[in-house]
Design a protein around this ligand. Structure first.
Ligand SMILES: Cc1ncc(COP(=O)(O)O)c(C=O)c1O
Length: 368
């Protein structure tokens, strides 16, 4: 039985009759950049996150960049984040001319370990950027408490966590602002690039709205030097449709994750811990395997596709070699990257496919 990590073609077939007329409406109105569909999506996504504002942008990376600028991050400031993330979380810090300062992860959750944050704070620290990796919320209460004590701002990287809940509250409104990605493979994915910044803060929203469009506060009135970070009209139309399905898709992801956990129970399959007070939306379902290459090969032989998120922590990427963090600096993140493996998990998987994958993993990994 063939099982892939994602099937966007099948998802389109399911949505075809909704998507094509919506794209046609955008063409008929010629609202290709921002426009009514994007405006409506902003309102609907803000409601979904329980925030006052949503500013639709060109990508998640743009959202992180504008989010940090809106929080006042300036050249030579330091921003604390995790090395166990996609490069974009850290690039956004560099775009501001600021310096990323890594803090190791809690190996149980793969997210930033709040216990290690305080010792990384210096007089130059301006902000903390926790990432809700794999759709699992970072431990936000201690992070916010430390930030408040040291007068720091918090920007959530919620690129992988649409709809996740921390202690009952949706991510997106747990810091000063939050950055979402709508890259096509995300839980809520556009048909191209897309992102958004959510916030309850009027000033942050106002800044992001101007900054996404060349610093304009009115047509051809440029208050400051901004960017072209606007969302396309097509993406707003697609995202509105997919947002209506997201509740059901997330429930299905969670159901598949429960089934994986049930079948792995008692076997030696190592997986991150879910805090029962939180709600993970399972952008990825990862396991840890010391003999990862062999596991990948044995699963591939059974036609089960897997992916590694991510093979190398950011401090060991050539792009960040100038930070001078040699191997061994963040041992938990390094160990996670050496062993992590994402299993197929998307709402289109059938019950048979889930059982097939889980039993194969149990056999290959659990029987070591
Ligand atoms: C954790 C994380 N942060 C940021 C991004 C960047 O988002 P985008 O690709 O939309 O720029 C991504 C996804 O690509 C991500 O997974």
């Amino acid at each position: 039985m063939k099982v892939s990590v994602l099937d966007l073609k099948a998802e389109f077939e399911q949505l075809r009759s909704e998507i094509l007329p919506a794209l046609e409406r955008v063409c008929e109105k010629a609202s290709f950049v921002l426009g009514e569909e994007v405006d409506a999506f902003e309102r609907e996504f803000a409601d979904f996150c329980g925030t006052k504002h949503c500013v639709a942008l060109a990508s998640g990376t743009a959202a992180l960049h504008l989010g940090l600028l809106a929080l006042g991050v300036q050249p030579d400031d330091e921003v604390i984040t995790t090395p166990n993330t996609f490069l974009a979380s850290v690039e956004a810090i560099s775009y501001c001319g600021a310096i990323p300062v890594f803090v190791d992860i809690d190996p149980a959750t793969a997210n930033l370990d709040p216990k290690l944050i305080e010792r990384a704070i210096t007089p130059r620290t301006r902000a903390i950027l926790p990432v809700h990796l794999y759709g699992r919320p970072a431990d936000m209460d201690p992070i916010r408490e430390i930030a408040a004590r040291h007068n720091l701002r918090v920007l959530e990287d919620a690129a992988q966590a649409h709809g996740a809940r921390y202690r009952g509250r949706r991510v997106g409104g747990l810091g000063a602002a939050a950055a979402f990605s709508f890259y096509p493979t995300k839980n809520l994915g556009a048909y191209g690039e897309g992102g958004a910044l959510t916030t309850d803060d009027d000033q942050i929203a106002k800044f992001a709205r101007a900054a996404r469009s060349h610093g304009q506060t009115a047509r051809y009135e440029h208050e400051f030097i901004g960017y072209n970070y606007r969302m396309q009209g097509f993406q707003g139309a697609v995202l509105r449709i997919k947002l209506r399905h997201l509740y059901q898709w997330t429930a299905r992801r969670q159901e598949i994750a429960r089934e994986y956990r049930r079948i792995f129970a008692g076997a030696r399959v190592e997986i991150p811990v879910d805090d029962p007070r939180d709600e993970c939306v399972y952008h990825q379902f990862v396991i840890y395997a010391s003999n990862r290459n062999a596991v990948v090969a044995q699963l591939a032989a059974r036609e089960i596709e897997t992916v590694v998120h991510y093979p190398r922590p950011v401090h060991l990427q050539p792009a960040y070699s100038s930070l001078g963090c040699p191997p061994g600096t963040f041992p938990h993140a390094e160990r996670a990257c050496e062993r992590v493996l994402s299993l197929p998990l998307h709402p289109g998987l059938s019950a048979e496919q889930v059982t097939y994958v889980a039993n194969a993993v149990r056999e290959v990994v659990g029987a070591r």
